[in-house]
Design a protein around this ligand. Sequence first.
Ligand SMILES: [Zn+2]
Length: 318
Amino acid sequence: MIAAAQPPIPLAVIGGYLGAGKTTMINAMLANPRGRHVTVLVNDFGSINIDAALIRERSDDVIGLENGCVCCTIGGKLVETLLEISARETRPDLLVIEASGVSDPVRIAQVGMLDRAFRLQGIVVAVDADRIEETLADPYIGDIARRQIEGATAIALTKTDLLNDEKARTVRSHVLEFAHTRIVFEADQGKVPDGLFFSDDALPRERIGSRQYAASTHLPANLRSFTFRSRACFERQQLKAACATFSSRLLRAKGFVRLENGECAEIHVVGDRVHIVRCRERQISESVIVLIGLFEQVDMAFAIDALASAARNPESLS
Ligand SMILES: [Zn+2]
């Protein structure tokens, strides 16, 4: 077989800062893939790939790339995985790469374009309209979020339901001040226009730019991730209260927790928003929470203590 005879696989990179709603957007697309076979690559900065687990509920062709930022520390693994996908006997109709919340999606697109087996469908960047101003103003991580928006070929504003119309307009015009695209839309429940994923138009290669990277990483030195595990159960309010005690260092937490009645729930923490949502179809024997933040060792120990003391019956069950 001559690989070059096959048409290139459309590649969509989904970027956006931690907690902006990338996974929700991908799951909304997978709910109606219009008969196409979609392969999803999910990069998670943490060592446990929670997003990949959430997407696997919708698709059986999900590949996790965890434990680092795919555009720097585990870049080689991305290249290998792309080669494996392009060499498949039956290639996907679309490859979606979910960048980690700290990755630069342009870097990922550039890696993808090194391989002629792919063509760029677009770089869609999710922007949490409720939190983006605060994120951009942060001296440590503001630059990461800004680069993501600059590199977007389309921007999906999420969580606009939390804002009034005037605030939503202000956020939109601020984002447009430095975005290089004019394509901005509101992603209600993660829904984006079909054409972003499924269209026959490829973006010209020049569109992803020729940004040069001198350093091997673009991340702050104290950006760390760790995992809390416990076989004990949580009561919702106590778990929320525990998260609040270390929220100043925390950028994102996500995972699956056991509730007191033995049920499983998803937990999502973004800034001071803590969501605990029951997931009936999932059975777990232990709680697993991945935390990402600007942590020193002492902060990680503090957070683990806070979570451990919020958990019920740790001795009898572990
Ligand atoms: Zn990176």
